[in-house]
Design a protein around this ligand. Structure first.
Ligand code: FAD
Length: 556
């Protein structure tokens, strides 16, 4: 009878234990969890804080008792694994409440210890009223504080998805919320001009957003916390959610001498695993937020701390342990497909963004479009912004990002699936979708992004990003606005000349032939139409602004 021990009882660990039991009815399976709960919904914690999820019990997918009854797994909560003796294949376990310490032997050990919130050495970070959020006790602490103190003001430090979800939920409870972010944008998985749409929405929702300003200290004066910023500013608040990222929780693994990623990089200390989640010890495997694996698009080894990969890895590792590595598909790496709700917006991304591509020196071209979520003539159509990034040589899709009110997740899911299948721009064009007016348009936004990209690849169109546009404009390019005069008068790019695209054929003599020409419209489509007219009349040094004025005005 095989004996399996799993360390960590939430996303990756609980899935592994459940699948192991389904695969091997006779094995002895022990699930060890330091906390008091297993298999709970970390992802629901911000919504429980805000009262959107009102019943605490809803957070628990399984209780230890139910897990034991249904799966006959020996669940040991409030028990910490403190050491691994690899030579003797034993783990030291400490019962948190009694201090009782004992060892347990294993045939195979699976580590799913997750990640912990990053806590840099900022003076005052330990003050009462400053919280991080990872677990049920964390959320209990935050809720108790909010219920007791009824704070009016909250500061969220860090504009990642947990920070933004918490900002929304604190605002939902009636608090005035300030987000402090050291970078120039929130939501690191998306590029700046996409994040700019989120910035605008946050401000519309009365969230104070302080970008490019890090926290230097926290100070308590009277009943208030003062958040001191690198700029010298100070933000008074009643409560702070500190959420600047996570790092793999791998002390146990590192102390046991398992191979981990080097220090000094994001995700440092993550357990290195192969495509069957084998660590550097053949009897120990690892899954979830704690592991590092090669990103199939960038080839960089790193962490992807998301619930989807952790759950899928749990299933695969259990199959590999029981049936053998050669009987199980190899893990190909996660590409970071994720979404977050930010008030009324959905923000989603998959694959690589331009920032990462620039860092690794991989050439790419991006297109930005602003189509409606479904047929514009059907009620409640709303625009979404979709950015697709591709490799101009291979035409392979490298990444996509979307921001909008409806239909965002479905487009990113589709593109994620295409990327996983090594899809190209042609696959975007050919993607066959469901169409009826309430759901999409005859040409879905995914197709439209493909068509724009295809025009570029075929040399029918040349696009520039808002950043390239600004560089060329500063160098004296002629800027042509082809929107209507009314639109132009409501706001335009400085120095632009307005020739509506409907008049362009008769006013070609007003467009210089001896200068670079930058053309733009509201979202990019009329700019492309004007570009086609000009190109077929002899203009070659001609570029359309991808995403049009809508993207430019959000980003600049
Ligand atoms: P965890 O689920 O964190 O489980 C690790 C467990 O191991 C912990 O309970 C810990 O106590 C235990 N442990 C660690 N060391 C030991 C030890 N030595 N002995 C015993 N036990 C130990 N992901 C998404 O994809 N979408 C979302 O919307 C989303 N929202 C999130 C919101 C919040 C607030 C948080 C905190 C996370 C969110 N995530 C989301 C991330 C997701 O929860 C994680 O990616 C996922 O839980 C990782 O699974 P894991 O098994 O690696 O770690």
């Amino acid at each position: 009878m095989a004996k399996y021990i799993i360390i960590g009882g939430v996303a990756g660990g609980a899935t592994t234990a459940a699948r192991l039991r389904r695969n091997d009815e006779h094995a002895e399976i022990i699930l060890v969890e330091r906390g008091d709960y297993i298999s709970y919904a970390n992802c629901g914690l911000p919504y429980y804080t805000g009262g959107v999820i009102s019943e605490r019990e809803k957070l628990f997918v399984m209780t230890p008792e139910k897990f034991n009854q249904t799966l006959h797994v020996d669940v040991r909560i409030a028990t910490e694994a403190t050491a691994i003796d690899r030579a003797h294949k034993t783990v030291t376990l400490v019962e948190r409440k009694t201090g009782k310490t004992y060892t347990e032997s294993y045939d195979t050990l699976v580590l799913s210890p997750g990640a912990e919130p990053v806590r840099p050495p900022i003076p005052g970070l330990d003050l009462e009223g400053i919280f991080t959020l990872r677990s049920v006790p964390d959320v209990d602490g935050i809720k108790a504080w909010l219920d007791m103190k009824r704070p009016e003001r909250a500061v969220v430090v860090g504009g990642g998805f947990i920070g933004l979800e918490m900002a929304e939920n604190l605002a939902h409870r009636g608090m005035a919320v300030t987000i402090i972010e050291a970078l120039d944008q929130v939501m690191a998985p998306i590029d700046f001009e996409m994040a700019a749409l989120v910035h605008r929405h946050l401000r519309d929702k009365d969230i104070e957003l302080r970008l490019k300003d890090g926290v230097s200290a926290f100070e308590k004066r009277g009943s208030r916390i003062f958040v001191k910023l690198a700029s010298g500013d100070e933000v008074p608040t009643d409560v702070v959610i500190f959420s600047v990222g996570v790092r793999p929780d791998t002390k146990l693994a590192r102390d046991a001498g398992l191979e981990t990623t080097p220090q000094g990089k994001p995700g440092a200390g993550a357990i290195l695993v192969d495509e069957h989640f084998r660590t550097s010890d053949p009897n120990i495997r690892a899954v979830g937020d704690a592991i590092a694996f090669r990103n199939p698009l960038s080839n960089e080894v790193g962490i992807v701390p998301l619930a989807g990969p952790a759950n899928k890895q749990g299933r695969l590792v259990a199959d590999a342990i029981v049936f053998g590595d050669d009987q199980v598909p190899a893990w190909k790496g996660a590409i970071g497909t994720s979404a977050a709700k930010v008030f009324d917006l959905t923000v989603a991304a998959t694959g690589l963004n331009e920032k990462v591509l620039a860092r690794i020196g991989k050439p790419c071209v991006s297109v930005i479009i602003h189509p409606n979520n479904h047929a514009s003539y059907y009620p409640n159509a709303v625009p979404l912004t979709l950015k697709v990034i591709f490799d101009p040589q291979t035409t392979r899709i490298l990444g996509a990002q979307a921001v909008g009110y409806d239909g965002v997740d479905k487009r990113i899911d589709v593109i994620s699936a295409l990327i996983r299948k090594e899809g190209t721009v042609a696959d975007l064009c050919e993607f066959e979708h469901v169409y009826a007016p309430p759901f999409s348009s005859a040409k879905d936004p995914v197709n439209m992004a493909g068509f724009v990209a295809e025009n570029i690849l075929q040399g029918r169109s040349k696009v520039v990003s808002w950043k390239q546009f600004e560089e060329l404009r500063a160098k004296g390019a002629f800027v042509l606005d082809v929107r209507t005069r009314e639109e132009f008068e409501l706001g335009a790019i400085p120095g632009a000349v307005c020739i509506p695209n409907t008049e362009l054929r008769h006013r070609l003599n007003e467009v210089p032939r001896d200068r670079k020409v930058l053309v733009y419209c509201g979202v990019g489509l009329r700019g492309y139409l004007a570009e086609r007219i000009l190109r077929q009349n002899g203009w070659t040094d001609l570029y359309n602004l991808t995403g049009g004025y809508k993207t430019w005005s959000a980003a600049v």
